[in-house]
Design a protein around this ligand. Structure first.
Ligand SMILES: [Zn+2]
Ligand SMILES: [Zn+2]
Length: 280
């Protein structure tokens, strides 16, 4: 069974370098930032650069690609200036995706910082409706660890964001991050818990809305609300949990992106190979 798996790679040195880094680890899909993730700056890409990127990807067989939005984006904020900045940033990222032929832009929905859950959820939907999502690009909401007033910790919350938006349904999807789901309290480790998680996805969102999986182990315990990624098999989800995840037929056609720490213990290549080992 063919598996679509890659990692979040750096674009430093140029887009062709990203492709090379992906090839080095054995990835056949991938994720990038379109600028610098802890600032508001998004790079502008020329048409030729985009064409070259797509050509190289086709040549190396790396599809699809995802742009991860900057961490500053907060569409749930009650503050107008932050809301506007977030919209401008996301729009630039969506436009970059269109130029680069990148299929998905994924973002963390944001934190309501006191305005309340329902107000925050509606604000996110309002934000999505303000965006001009280019043809051939799908905007993905990512589930979160749920710390503080962060929204998107449950499938139900993601559903409500999508439901309130008037943007055509096919322009919006969901990215599931395993570390975030675990931190938000979902049990991915026991067979029963994992089946409950799948059931919740089916009932609240629908499997067809899930477009990408972020596969990360979690440094912290279930329900910790902490977003600390760990190498596959070394964290609290462990081999048992990842075995459930990578062998679930519900997920078998989804592109997998690794965002593991890439520190001394295991690089992307080892993490990717570890996932392949867990596949039955
Ligand atoms: Zn993310
Ligand atoms: Zn994370």
């Amino acid at each position: 069974m063919e598996i679509t798996i890659g990692a979040h790679v750096s674009i430093s040195g140029g887009m062709d370098k990203a492709i090379e880094r992906q090839e080095d680890i054995g990835g056949n899909c991938g994720q990038i930032f379109a600028g610098s993730p802890r600032t508001w700056s998004v790079s502008e890409y020329e048409k030729e650069e985009g064409e070259k990127f797509q050509e190289m990807r086709d040549e190396k067989g790396q599809n699809p690609y995802v742009i991860h939005s900057t961490y500053l984006v907060n569409l749930a904020t009650p503050k107008d200036d932050l809301f506007e900045k977030s919209l401008n940033c996301l729009q630039s990222e969506l436009d970059a995706a269109a130029t680069l032929g990148v299929e998905y832009v994924v973002f963390h929905p944001g934190a309501h910082t006191g305005s309340g859950r329902d107000t925050g959820v509606k604000r996110i939907a309002e934000g999505i409706d303000e965006l001009d999502i280019p043809e051939n690009v799908t905007l993905l909401l990512e589930n979160t660890a749920g710390k503080g007033t962060t929204l998107g910790r449950s499938m139900g919350e993601l559903r409500d964001m999508i439901k309130h938006a008037e943007t055509p349904d096919e322009k919006i999807g969901v990215c599931i991050d395993t570390c975030h789901a675990h931190a938000a309290g979902y049990d991915l480790v026991s067979e029963e818990g994992f089946q409950d998680f799948l059931q919740e996805i089916k009932e609240d969102i629908g499997l067809d809305k899930i477009k990408v999986l972020h596969l990360n182990d979690s440094k912290d315990e279930r329900g910790s609300e902490k977003d600390n990624h760990m190498d596959i098999g070394y964290g609290e989800i462990g081999d048992e949990g990842f075995s459930n995840i990578v062998n679930a037929e519900e997920f078998e056609d989804l592109p997998i992106i690794l965002e593991t720490p890439s520190d001394k213990r295991a690089g992307y290549k080892e993490n990717l190979e570890h996932i392949l080992e867990l596949r039955e």
